[in-house]
Design a binder for this molecule. Structure first.
Ligand code: SF4
Ligand code: ZN
Ligand code: ZN
Length: 307
């Protein structure tokens, strides 16, 4: 029989979690998301009472939901601090609107906000890189440069940790992508919390990693969060898009498939993470950041672009 009532309070159900066989009214759904967020943070020991958290905020549904949830949680950690960090990759007709939404959300929530741009940091933009028609997709460059830009901005604000808005769908897509790229050890090296045992990189946490994308969209609507809904004009990662469709079909036919994949990756990490060799790090010859090679990945890319 289809579920029509909230499993918690018996009001009319607004949403059904097929993977749990449970219905939710609007209020109980919001509480369930906030509860899962808190549990993920606690289970993976993502935050400490005096953290200075740099939150990567793009202006999309995931990052604005992450910011909202962290602000709620911060009330329980009175000595912690949040700073929102946005990156302007230089994408005409796309990024400006998102940055405006990020600014407005931060002002409303009383969170300080810092924006850094590829133009200032790297002397180029994603639009310019896309026009060069290099061997890889613009996303391949944009993703590496964004990681570096966020690291730089986090260091600027004295952060102790970086929080990013990867949701369950992002996580399981990446797990399958790594398998299809023949790089299973990357699955072991990644995860909901990344700590560098050498202490050279700031820890990164992903507190939304156990929340499905469609639940984030619903939560954002129910909380009146204004977010950017148009897609980046350069975002055509063909393999990721195929994996997304495949996983969505699997989830409809076999509810819970995405969580099963996430748990499988967690088990792999538990079994294998201690076997991972740690690369020796040196300073990048160009920017001084720690890297296992002579040049860090971003500087290598920027050199390739310049030639
Ligand atoms: Fe950059 Fe690709 Fe994301 Fe667009 S979709 S912002 S090009 S990583
Ligand atoms: Zn209810
Ligand atoms: Zn470098």
């Amino acid at each position: 029989m289809p579920i029509t009532k909230c499993s918690n309070c018996s009001a009319q159900a607004l949403y059904v979690r097929e993977y749990e066989g449970a219905g939710f009214c609007s209020k109980c759904f919001r509480e369930a998301i906030e509860d899962r967020f808190r549990r993920t943070v606690i289970k993976h020991k993502m935050l400490e009472y005096n953290d200075n958290i740099a939150v990567a905020v793009s202006g999309g549904k995931d990052s604005l939901t992450l910011l909202n949830l962290l602000v709620k949680l911060e009330g329980r950690f009175p000595r912690s601090k949040l700073t929102a960090i946005s990156v302007d990759e230089g994408i005409d007709g796309y990024r400006d609107e998102a940055l405006e939404l990020a600014r407005a959300a931060c002002a409303k929530l009383g969170v300080s906000h810092v924006t850094v741009s590829y133009r200032e940091l790297f002397g180029t933009t994603t639009d310019e890189i896309a026009r060069m028609k290099l061997g890889q997709t613009p996303c391949a460059y944009c993703g590496v440069l964004r990681r570096k830009a966020i690291n730089k901005a986090a260091a600027m604000v004295g952060a102790t940790k970086i929080a990013t808005a990867h949701n369950l769908d992002d996580e399981v897509q990446t797990i399958l992508l790594n398998m299809l790229h023949g790089d299973p050890m990357r699955i072991v090296r990644s995860g909901p919390i990344l700590r560098d045992p050498r202490g050279k990189f700031l820890p990164r946490v992903k507190p939304l990693c156990e929340i499905p994308e469609k639940e984030i969209v619903l939560y954002a609507y129910l909380t009146g969060t204004e977010f950017q809904s148009i897609a980046c004009p350069h975002g055509h990662e063909a393999l990721r898009n195929d994996i997304r469709s495949f996983l969505n079909q699997m989830e409809v036919k076999h509810p819970g498939s995405k969580f099963t994949l996430l748990r499988s990756a967690e088990r792999l990490r538990t079994m294998m993470s201690s076997d991972l060799p740690l690369a020796e790090l040196q300073e990048c010859a160009k920017c001084g950041d720690p890297t296992p090679h002579g040049l860090c990945e971003a500087c290598m890319m920027l050199e390739a672009i310049a030639t």
